[in-house]
Design a protein around this ligand. Structure first.
Ligand SMILES: Cc1cc2nc3c(=O)[nH]c(=O)nc-3n(C[C@H](O)[C@H](O)[C@H](O)COP(=O)(O)OP(=O)(O)OC[C@H]3O[C@@H](n4cnc5c(N)ncnc54)[C@H](O)[C@@H]3O)c2cc1C
Length: 379
């Protein structure tokens, strides 16, 4: 009855469902949560403020094709994201730039450092703190240490639950300093959030007569892998299975559990019109949470109160919280490879998306990946 079965109604599953349905295929989408949109899911809270249930999601891309494709299913609220970090008792712009410099250091030192940066690097360029550290200029070396300590080190410790010695030098090397005053978090050509939210965008994607959606349904409730065959509702399924869930779950964790980091998302409504000076404020030092998001600053709402989200990173425990970020240890990468090799035995299963491919994808990356997979399969 169905040509294509898709596990997961997140962005990857929804784009593939839309593409196959538009090309005349009958598609069944199976989603274990009680809503679509995966981790992009948003909803109006009791105060009429659009909140992102799984953490703030800001859409940004340089890919005009993706922008145009998604624009068929949503209008946009143009939104350029800004983030501050709470440093030495006050919120200052990040990524660290010339404005940050002036806000966190005494004027004479800030001016001296700004002159040194402008003498050594091109205006508008992003440089890494590793590059600064390797400079022969002592002041620039000081700046590299300052940014590392105040913005990066403790945030990373909290986010990943690591001690400083376990934090990889390769990651440190990428911490940027912007030689400029552009306070935006992203520099992509297209930046926005869906006007009525991601949930509506995804509903529009899968609103097609050829698509049937089953919510509150786990893959294992209706499908089974036996030998190298797939069974759907106990009957052999000869179509294509697109899987966007965790690959270790598909194979009953036979090679072990892929490690993830999770986050406890704590929402709070506060009786004030505006809570903080930027949509997101990071708390690298002190406190147990990593950041606070104020949703009204992303989706404007005329309300006398405001809703904020504090994020507390924590260990991922299956069934208790959500697998947000893959932890790329050598063992984990090797374990994922075993699952990927196992998957290769199934000619008609394709793994797509952040869980199934065990990698961090932004929304535009996952839409690009879904469109590319569709083009390959539809050849
Ligand atoms: C905290 C956080 C913040 C982020 N912020 C941004 C941002 O600002 N900008 C940006 O571009 N990207 C952001 N991302 C990335 C973004 O969330 C992903 O790119 C996107 O959600 C990936 O879509 P997906 O379909 O691959 O996965 P998901 O959204 O996880 O969807 C997979 C779906 O499959 C379902 N599923 C899994 N297993 C089964 C099963 N066995 N049976 C049935 N259903 C199943 C799940 O319930 C889920 O709904 C963020 C990610 C996180 C974790």
């Amino acid at each position: 009855m169905f040509d294509i079965v898709i596990i997961g109604a997140g962005m990857a599953g929804a784009v593939l469902a839309e593409r196959f349905a538009a090309h005349g295929k009958k598609v069944l989408v199976i989603e274990r949560r009680q809503h679509v949109a995966g981790n992009c899911y948003d909803e109006l809270d009791d105060n009429g403020i659009l909140i992102h249930k799984y953490g703030p999601h800001l859409f940004h891309t340089d890919d005009a094709q993706i922008w145009e494709y998604l624009s068929r299913f949503t209008d946009w609220h143009v939104y350029h994201h800004r983030v501050k970090a709470f440093i030495d008792g006050k919120p200052v712009p990040i990524p660290f730039n010339l404005n940050t410099l002036q806000e966190v250091l005494p004027r004479s030192l800030a001016n001296k450092l700004e002159d040194a940066l402008l003498e050594n690097y091109e205006y508008g360029k992003k440089i890494s703190i590793l590059e600064l550290k390797q400079s022969s200029n002592k002041d620039l070396q000081f700046l590299a240490d300052f940014v590392y300590e105040k913005i990066f080190l403790h945030y990373t410790e909290k986010q990943w639950g690591l001690t400083p010695d376990k934090i990889s030098g390769a990651v440190t090397a990428r911490v940027p300093v912007l030689i400029g005053r552009d306070d935006r978090y992203f520099y992509d050509r297209f930046q926005a959030v869906p006007k009525r939210g991601y949930n509506v965008l995804v509903k529009n994607l899968i609103d097609h007569k050829n698509i049937k959606l089953l919510l509150n349904t786990d893959f294992h409730d209706v499908m089974e892998l036996r030998g190298e065959k797939i069974y759907l509702f106990r009957r052999k399924f000869k179509g294509r299975l697109i899987y966007t869930g965790q690959l270790d779950e598909l194979f009953d964790k036979k090679f072990g559990k892929l490690p993830y980091r999770s986050v406890d998302m704590k929402f709070e409504t506060i009786a004030t019109e505006k809570f903080q000076s930027a949509p997101v404020v990071n708390y690298p030092n002190n406190y147990d949470f990593t950041r606070i998001t104020e949703f009204k600053q992303i989706h404007p709402a005329a309300t006398p109160c405001t809703t904020i989200l504090r994020e507390y990173p924590q260990e991922y425990v299956m069934g208790r919280n959500e697998p947000y970020y893959p932890i790329f240890t050598e063992d984990a990468v090797a374990m994922y490879k075993k699952y990927a090799d196992e998957l290769a035995n199934f000619q008609n299963i394709t793994a797509v998306g952040r869980l199934a491919e065990y990698r961090y994808y932004d929304i535009d990356d996952v839409v690009r990946r879904a469109l590319d997979v569709f083009n390959d399969l539809n050849d």
